[in-house]
Design a protein. Sequence first.
Length: 271
Amino acid sequence: MTDPLHTDLLDLAQEAARRAGALLRDGRPADLAVAATKSSPIDVVTEMDIAAEKLITGLIADRRPDDGVLGEEGAATEGTSGVRWVIDPLDGTVNYLYGLPTWAVSIAAEQDGETVVGVVTAPMRGETFHAVRGRGAWATGAWDGERRLACRPAPPLDQALVSTGFNYVADVRAHQADVARRLIPLLRDIRRGGSAAVDLCDVAAGRLDGYYERGLHPWDLAAGDLIAREAGALTGGRPGERPSGDLAVAGTPGVFEPLQRLLEDFGAWHD
């Protein structure tokens, strides 16, 4: 049965993502500069991250003032409705700063602690991905209408194309590079796109066989994780655990488990 609340949350998430994506795409100043740093001098925030989050949170506050919000750039309210929005207004900030196209707006809605709606829009790719729990994953892009997403049939692991990302803290990056060095001979290849949300959607769309990363935050994961799962992918963290800051793994069935085991063996979750 279709839940009217989930439909309303999806509509609002799509509107907010569309408006924020247009702001970021069309409002990017030619002299865009770093406004602040987070975990390290290379983990940056631009004025546009902040503006996009204000647009999204303002729209949510106007339409659903009793909801909670968790945003990457500081938005945090508890709410009383049982619904919480988890927002990354600009996932892939360094790509955006350099004018590379792989960046996205990611918006998820949780109900009683479970993600029920996810929307990821990648304006420079002209694509928007969305999912409602139990209703599958869908995308719009350079094709007519909405397309239902399905992850790829599982190849042997040595023919799997896997994406990852790297932390901005130097010693963590060095450890992640060592894990990638050990993985590369066992896979078809590794990609590094620069946006966790886009990577998860590319698993959903059958463009990647798998993805893993250490050090992600809830706003990096929430929407893309739901979209990947609704497209038939498996997601998790360390064996038996949910995706977390220690480790997030996604993959087509048949790739997910051997990839997860290798990451555990290689200690991908710690220094």
